[in-house]
Write a protein that binds this ligand. Structure first.
Ligand code: GDP
Ligand code: IMO
Ligand code: MG
Length: 426
């Protein structure tokens, strides 16, 4: 049985959720390993849409076990709400099916407030455009070693003491830097502690659960969130999220060996989008960009913000290949390109008088690159009802083959619509 890792190769929203849902058929467990409810993974099954922020996208399949690893930051209020919503849809989200690492850090109300205060305090050009979910401040506390972990819910005395410690420093910032009211540790405790009863039955040692599963020859799918170019180290820093989104973190973020990863699947949107601020060399501010935005319904699944759109960028993808070593590519949203007369692919950048194949490493250098484009003919036909690779227009096949050739990684599937069934196998 092979284990699969799925990751986003661009700036997020590549369609990971749909492909996780699809490949869940082939595995027994699905594990998130980083990020939190900044993610918005959309699944469409028989016309019905589900958006998951924290719970792994395998949850729609009965009998599959969903794990939230230690590398994820968990907002307990959001988790309880998401569980209630899915339960309302008749899905089983009981402790057998949904298990959370005791070591996962909890997003506390003050992390959300700090996220908002920091963004408000930044001047216009340096705003990151975070999702406002408290992700960065929670990871900061983890690194600062004052974080609160899911396992702390087992000892409410400890929880209370840790909230007090965390707020000692934060209240100084809230009051004297951000000019907001200080927070009362007692009130925060009263807000969070009642959730313990609901969450305690779900808490496990995810590393051990994985080991036990592998001892029984079961297989696991690791579900990445965000995208490689939002990675805290390798992305377009500082316009990034606060976790490592690269597949190397699938091991650290769940507690297993990297040698477990067999099949590494890069999700590649057929064009590029970005939500939030930061450099975007192939961004389009014209009719073609508007075509992608409208036809692709490019609105953030978490914040509802309009996504910025642009041509496919192979420099970005080449780096994703180098960082993650995918064994295959899945290209999504090819249907969105139908109707564009010509398609451009950015094959390199001009940077400081030279042609470069990878994003330059200096901070904000991506703001100063000029894309070098190759142009390919487009196609007119609606391909959303195509059911096989051979039935695609030749121009669409050529576009995919070009990407495959330039990246040196095979394309195993092409998605031509949001529904689970709208997928073409090579
Ligand atoms: P994720 O965060 O990577 O899971 O992606 P999102 O769910 O945020 O955004 C992808 C959007 O595209 C969702 O609305 C999906 O339903 C939709 N989608 C996924 N694959 C396709 C596709 O092949 N064609 C079209 N038109 N939409 C797709
Ligand atoms: P999925 O998993 C797209 C972006 C935010 C912002 C930056 C930092 O659905 O692909 P954060 O709240 O994480 O501190 O925000 O990262 N961002 C995403 N963009 N898809 C996502 O997740 C994202 N998660 C965070 O818009 O620019
Ligand atoms: Mg998304």
């Amino acid at each position: 049985m092979s284990n699969i890792v799925i990751f986003g190769s661009q700036w997020g929203d590549e369609g990971k959720g749909k492909i996780v849902d699809l490949l869940t058929r082939d595995v027994d467990l699905i594990a998130r390993f980083q990020g939190g409810n900044n993610a918005g993974h959309t699944l469409v099954v028989a016309g019905k849409k589900f958006i998951l922020h924290l719970i792994p996208s395998g949850i729609l399949h009965k009998n599959k076990i969903c794990l939230i690893g230690n590398g994820v930051v968990v907002d307990p209020e959001v988790l309880c709400k998401e569980m209630a919503t899915l339960a309302g849809e008749g899905l089983d989200v009981g402790p057998t099916r949904l298990q959370v690492s005791k070591k996962a850090h909890l997003i506390m109300p003050y992390h959300r407030l700090m996220d908002g205060a920091r963004e408000s305090a930044r001047c216009k050009d340096s705003k990151i455009g975070t999702t406002g979910r408290g992700i960065g401040p929670c990871y900061e506390d983890k690194m600062h070693r004052v974080g609160i972990r899911a396992g702390d819910l087992q000892d409410l005395g400890l929880l209370r003491a840790k909230i007090e410690t965390a707020l000692t420093e934060k209240n100084v910032l809230f009051q004297h830097l951000y000019n907001t009211d200080p927070l009362d540790p007692g009130q925060i405790f009263d807000q969070v502690a009642p959730l313990a009863d609901k969450l305690l039955p779900h808490l496990v040692d995810v590393s051990q659960v994985l080991q036990d599963a592998w001892d029984k020859d079961k297989s696991v799918l690791f579900e990445g969130a965000q995208g490689t170019h939002l990675d805290i180290d390798h992305g377009t820093y500082p316009f990034v999220t606060s976790s490592n989104t690269v597949v190397g973190n699938a091991a650290a973020g769940t507690g297993c060996s990297p040698s477990r990863m067999d099949r590494i699947v890069a999700i590649v949107k057929a064009y590029t989008t970005r939500v939030g601020a930061g450099p975007f060399p192939t961004e389009l501010d014209n009719n073609e960009g508007a075509h992608m935005q409208e036809k692709g319904a490019e609105f953030g699944a978490t914040t509802g913000r309009q996504r910025r759109c642009g041509w496919l960028d192979l420099a970005v993808l080449r780096e994703s290949v180098r960082l993650n070593g995918p064994t295959e590519l899945v290209v999504t949203k090819l249907d969105v390109l139908s109707g564009l007369k010509e398609l451009k692919i950015c094959v390199a950048y001009e940077y400081q008088g030279q042609e470069v194949g990878y994003p330059p490493q200096e901070e904000n250098a991506m703001d100063r690159v000029t894309p070098v484009y190759e142009t390919m003919p487009g196609w007119d036909q609606d391909i959303s009802d195509c059911t096989s690779w051979v039935s695609l227009p030749s121009e669409a096949k050529d576009y995919i083959k070009r990407v495959e050739k330039m990246l040196g990684v095979p394309v195993s599937m092409v998605s031509v619509g949001p529904d689970r069934e709208q997928i073409l196998h090579r």
